[in-house]
Design a protein around this ligand. Structure first.
Ligand code: NAP
Length: 240
């Protein structure tokens, strides 16, 4: 079967490795992170929206589109749903299970930036791990707050009330605990990326009894079939 696999997360790489011996798989990434080395062709970069993706599906005779993208990469999932309809190709999706708080955790859920700013009012030293969005709002940091922002891209900060850390994970627990202590963090702002093990930063917040403000996941479109583990998807495919 000719399969286009939209990836960008660890499980998508596992899926590509598991399917390649049995099917003609092409793996696709946005190109913002590391490009994996895989036993199948890897395509890097966008398609030019849903129409571009549909044209790519038709032009290469793909018989199945798999969406195994990050839960917060909502645009590509929307494009995948639309493109699958336009190209008349079935869409299967891997939907990574979300992390859940433990009984003693203080997790507060917010839907958008405005919500987040409301909840953040009672805190003084937040640690943002949600990408570049906080940098767009640094002119509005309240005088009684200092923000620590960790992101992948090196951008020059220009605000005395903001400290920027450019770093690529994974980060070990000891390092996260030391960072929370060093910057006297009183709240962690995170995305609920989900996956096998809870990230070390959440485990560190739990150990130090620090509150977590969690950005809610975007709503994703329905697919013809949805899976919450990749092995169910592998076994659901016909072998040849
Ligand atoms: P997005 O907003 O869903 O996608 C933006 C555009 O990037 C898409 O419209 C598409 O361009 C291209 N694209 C995304 N994934 C692609 C793929 N697998 N193959 C080919 N093109 C792809 O996603 P994002 O801007 O990359 O990320 C949004 C959030 O998702 C991030 O802030 C982060 O929290 C999370 N995230 C994403 C990834 C990832 O690999 N994308 C990995 C980790 C975390 P065209 O419209 O031109 O086709």
């Amino acid at each position: 079967m000719r399969i286009l696999l939209l990836g960008g997360i660890g499980e998508a790489i596992e899926l590509a490795r598991a399917l390649t011996p049995l099917h003609a798989v092409s793996y696709s990434v946005a190109g913002k992170g590391r490009t994996p080395v895989l036993p199948c062709p890897v395509r890097v970069g966008g398609f030019g929206g849903a129409e571009g993706l549909a044209a790519f599906l038709r032009g290469n005779d793909f018989e199945l589109l798999i969406d195994a993208t990050h839960p917060y990469a909502a645009q590509i999932s929307r494009n995948a749903a639309q493109a699958a309809q336009l190209a008349d190709v079935p869409l299967w999706a891997y939907r990574r299970p979300a992390w859940r708080p433990e009984p003693d955790d203080d997790w507060r859920w917010v839907g958008d930036w405005a919500d987040l700013m409301m909840v953040l009012q009672i805190f003084r030293r937040p640690f943002f791990t949600i990408g570049l969005e906080p940098l767009r709002h640094m002119a509005a940091i309240p005088p009684d707050q200092h923000w620590l922002v960790r992101c992948l891209t090196a951008v020059p900060p220009s605000c005395p009330r903001l400290t920027l850390l450019c770093a690529t994970g994974p980060f070990p627990l000891e390092q996260e605990l030391a960072l929370l202590r060093h910057y006297r963090i009183d709240v962690l702002v995170a995305k609920n990326s989900g996956g096998g093990a809870v990230e070390a930063k959440l485990a560190a917040a739990r150990q130090q009894r620090i509150s977590v403000i969690m950005l809610q996941r975007p709503t994703l479109p329905a697919a013809s079939r949805e899976f919450t583990d990749i092995w169910s998807m592998v076994t659901a495919l016909p072998p040849e």
